[in-house]
Write a protein that binds this ligand. Structure first.
Ligand SMILES: Nc1ncnc2c1[nH]c(=O)n2[C@H]1C[C@H](O)[C@@H](COP(=O)(O)OP(=O)(O)OP(=O)(O)O)O1
Length: 166
């Protein structure tokens, strides 16, 4: 099973609206869709280290004080495919810049483009952006690649305790 991460930097935007940094993915899984910065963990790397590295590589932002916000399991045709650690952070340095992998964009949390994201994101990301914690299982069918499979159903648990976990 693939171990991966997503990181959602947050800031106060204009009119005190909160904004989240999303990326438009330029290649690989989920190409053309919006998501948080993130990607696969490397051997020997903790998920937290992975989220920091991927955010720096993809958008040039140095995030610190990551708060664990979710653990998501994506199943493909009944088999566990990807286990994804989700983080929020309000502490970062630098200005988001485009990379070969991603175009970054600050988006008001009330205006996240769920119609241009993975089909499951609208189920868990609003709660994560509100400060909640979540554990979820999301079932896809139709074979590889995961981003061409059909999202069929899910289970979600809110308010889970994650802080003791990486
Ligand atoms: N269903 C769903 N919703 C939201 N986000 C995701 C999924 N499935 C996923 O895999 N993801 C996330 C988890 C990861 O952050 C990325 C996929 O990983 P990534 O490493 O970016 O994938 P590639 O581009 O193929 O690989 P490398 O860049 O690491 O070579 O999507």
């Amino acid at each position: 099973m693939i171990e991966a991460t997503l990181c959602f930097p947050l800031r106060e935007g204009g009119d005190a609206d909160e904004e989240v940094l999303l990326i438009e993915k330029r290649r690989g899984l989920g190409e053309g869709w919006y998501n948080g910065p993130g990607g696969k963990c490397e051997p020997g790397e903790t998920p937290r280290e992975c989220a920091v590295r991927e955010t720096e590589e993809e958008v040039g932002l140095e995030v610190t004080d990551l708060e664990k916000a979710g653990e998501l399991t994506f199943l493909l045709d009944g088999e566990a495919h990807t286990f994804c650690h989700v983080y929020r952070s309000r502490s970062f340095e630098g200005e988001p810049t485009s990379s070969e992998e991603a175009y970054p964009e600050w988006v008001p949390v009330d205006d996240v483009p769920y119609d241009r994201m993975w089909d499951d994101d609208h189920l868990w990301l609003p709660g994560v952006l509100e400060g909640n914690t979540v554990a979820g299982e999301f079932r896809f069918e139709g074979g590889e690649p995961l981003d061409e499979a059909a999202f069929v159903d899910h289970d979600l648990e809110w308010g889970v305790s994650l802080e003791s976990r990486e």
